[in-house]
Ligand binder design. Sequence first.
Ligand SMILES: [Zn+2]
Length: 402
Amino acid sequence: MPHLEAEIGVIHGRLVEGVRIPFKQDIFFETVILPGFSDTHAHPQVIDAGLSPGRIALWSNSYEWLETRRLAVDEAMVRRDLGLSARLAELALKRMALEGVTLAAFTGVLEANLKARLRVSPGPRLVLLPTLMDREGWSRPGEVSRLYEKYGNYLEDDYLRPGIFLHSLRMASRETFSGAVDLALRGRMPLGLHLSEGVSEARYFARAIGGYKRLPRIVAVHCINDDPGRLGVRCSSCPASNMLLYGKTRSSLRGVTSFGSDWPHLIGSMPRHLGLITRLYPASLGEIMFRATTGGYMDYGVSHHGDFVAYDAPLESVIEGEALPRMVSVGGEVVVEEGRLTLTGESLEDIVEETAEIVKYAVELYGNGLMPHIPGEEAVGDIAKRLDADSSLNLVRELLWV
Ligand SMILES: [Zn+2]
């Protein structure tokens, strides 16, 4: 029987020297990661976060950011444009595959994200987390329920897992919250929500879940200020976007079950942020790698059978966020070969170029004439390097990185 061999492997977060596993062909790599990376929180329709070149930590929490940020592109209009939203989700999914993500979770527009996954096949496994919010232009539970009924045939397996995403506690009425909980319970779906993103929400959360006899699996996102374990929830931490917006992130890995990138179009997907993550939590490479891979699959209850990412690069450059995979496999099917998508032959460079084109198009249609600031994964790498020099978690406000 042919085998895949690698000098070094990370298998469920554990370092293994000399990996040899049955595979459909004899093939050799320097490093293999098994299962592949899970990026458990991403907004594929976000092409503008109100960021400014050279500045980080302009806000102290998510509510302040939502109220005061200045966007160059009208995000409600982008969301309403199903064609554009689907194209953005497709590019995000392709980018993730090329960066080593085998499981992604997408918030935002349900139909657009579903379309994207059907187009990018073979591609990463996808958890659909349509966003619910009591604001003009966003979905309510009833609408999402109807859409899930309509598209039920596509959601049959581990490659496309339905879920629900409640934007945040303060953006949801009691009725929307209970609608989301009911929907998640009925469909045995995970329920995600932004929580404690710069401000403690433990009391709010306790009040919201009080009175329920049964709750769905809850994956809270960010959890900077509260210990998610004590709240009884899993937690997808997004260190890169947290550092960019607030200059702080969760102070320890306690309660963190996986990692997310938040904005793949703006800063790349989660594997590109490993350099930052390993510097934030320097004592625990195994714990980081477990969360960066298996942890996300556990968050959403998805199979990882046949998933791996393999590199012609040393492990050090993988955990620096610098190496790109030569091969990516999902469910035993090769999604990326020789650094290109097997579906289309596109490389990461192609996808980044196509994304720049589509951003330009979105700005022309729905922008105010200015281009949004897209910091790129380099900006995250720069914060990591600054942490090398100054290990304090709270970077100085308005710190210049260029
Ligand atoms: Zn988010």
